[in-house]
Design a protein around this ligand. Structure first.
Ligand code: AMP
Ligand code: MG
Length: 402
């Protein structure tokens, strides 16, 4: 039996990056940067006001207080978006709006709340302030020449804004992977079909669809295949040119009719593994004409857990993501967990933050067919194979799923 790490290392070792593409800025949302993003200018580009108020010299207001205000001459108004050539000399001020560049000679902004306006040409300052108060220095966010986003970064809302602020109208990213999804099993019927004796509805192609999309890739549901070799072969070969990676479910466990295994073995170089994990022991992985194929076990929870451990990191690596793993936290158990099975256990838990730390408790029955455990849970507690059972109060490592 392979350990989870061995299986994952083997998988990841064979995954290659997809091509780089240049996309309009908005098109990069959800993709991963193929190149470092380097600022061509400071952000902010100039010293500017952080408040609506008066641009002054700090030395002029060193004695100001509500009881003895300092009166300054107001030279004019400076809204955001404009610069002024007017120089602030001693005894003078310019009325300034948030975001407007600091005029030459001024070194401090007094917020309007700390002033009393007289006639338009005069203002009383009611508070002394240290030099540099209420202003934003040029380059305080980003310095020109700085790498603000490294290659491999996922573009989310903040990254989109950062790229915009450094003038990246077009961005080099890795393209999205297209993932072909196939469910196998004679027992399966479609979501819109009636159940008859012995039949269940195919749910795996939907969970996989969702997980693929959530990983930033493009899912293609290619069909539900009964245990008919010819059809499975046909679907795989028919789609091989438009798909970057296949995910099948079902038909890879020891007791299964060998149809799926036979077809996969015939079409490409496939490994049929037993991985020391629960759920998800039987796994198939290999390549068909250069396209990775993951043969996941059929049980609904096994599919999701194996996808999380193997397919998701592989997809992210393929699409150029630097951080390919889910965040992991330490949580204290609110109830005992697990039993000794000689395999690494992925127990579905509810994780919450309480009293300054993470707490975890099992979602309930942990059978590999209990899809409800994935609906209710938001994490997978990882119990190493030699641990088996943990008592309430012990600390456990939890992979966060959301
Ligand atoms: P298998 O790995 O093919 O032996 O399937 C294991 C279990 O998972 C069986 O109980 C199947 O009925 C169930 N199963 C297989 N494929 C699906 C699917 N696409 N949706 C829901 N359950 C499935
Ligand atoms: Mg089956």
């Amino acid at each position: 039996m392979l350990t989870v790490e061995e299986a994952r290392d083997h998988v990841l070792g064979s995954i290659k990056n997809l091509e780089e593409i240049e996309v309009p800025l908005l098109g990069s949302l959800g993709l991963n940067l193929a190149r470092d993003a380097v600022a061509g200018n400071d952000i902010p580009p100039f010293d500017n006001s952080a408040m609506d108020g008066y641009a002054v010299k700090a030395a002029d207001i060193a004695t100001a207080s509500p009881e003895s205000p300092v009166e300054l001459e107001v030279l004019g108004d400076l809204p955001a978006g404009y610069a002024t050539a007017t120089v602030v000399e001693s005894g003078q001020a310019i009325r300034i709006m948030t975001g407007a560049p600091l005029p030459v000679g001024a070194d401090t902004v007094v917020p309007v709340e700390s002033t009393r306006a007289g006639d338009a040409a005069k203002v009383e300052i009611l508070e002394k302030l240290p030099m540099g108060s209420h202003m934003r220095k040029a380059g305080e966010d980003v310095k020109a020449g700085e790498t603000v986003l490294a290659a491999g970064t996922a573009v989310g809302p903040a990254e989109l804004g950062m790229l915009a602020s450094i003038g990246y109208a077009r961005v080099w990213c890795y393209r999205r992977a297209v993932v072909g999804i196939i469910s196998t099993g004679d027992e399966l019927v479609g979501v819109d079909e009636e159940l008859s004796p012995g039949k269940i509805r195919d749910s795996n192609s939907y969970t996989v669809y969702g997980m693929v999309l959530e990983a930033g890739a493009e899912p293609l549901r290619l069909g539900v295949v009964g245990d008919e070799a010819a059809l499975l072969e046909h679907i795989i070969l028919d789609n091989i040119d438009r798909v970057d990676l296949f995910v099948t479910s079902g038909g890879v466990s020891v007791g299964d009719y060998d149809m799926v295994k036979d077809v996969l073995a015939k079409l490409g170089e496939m490994n049929f593994w037993k991985v020391a994990m629960r759920p998800g022991k039987p796994q198939a992985f290999g390549h068909i004409r250069g396209k990775p194929l993951f043969g996941l076990p059929g049980n609904p929870v096994s599919v999701m857990v194996s996808f999380e451990q193997f397919v998701r990191p592989a997809l992210l690596k393929m699409m150029g993501r630097a951080r390919i793993y889910r965040p992991v936290v330490t949580a204290v158990l609110d109830s005992p967990l697990g039993r000794k099975t000689g395999r690494m256990e992925f127990i579905r838990v509810i994780v919450e933050w309480r009293d300054g730390r993470y707490h975890a408790r099992a979602t309930g029955p942990q059978g590999s067919g209990i899809l409800k455990s994935m609906v209710v849970g938001n994490g997978l507690a990882l119990l190493p194979k030699d641990v088996g059972r943990l008592e309430a109060g012990t600390e456990v490592t939890v992979q966060l799923l959301s």
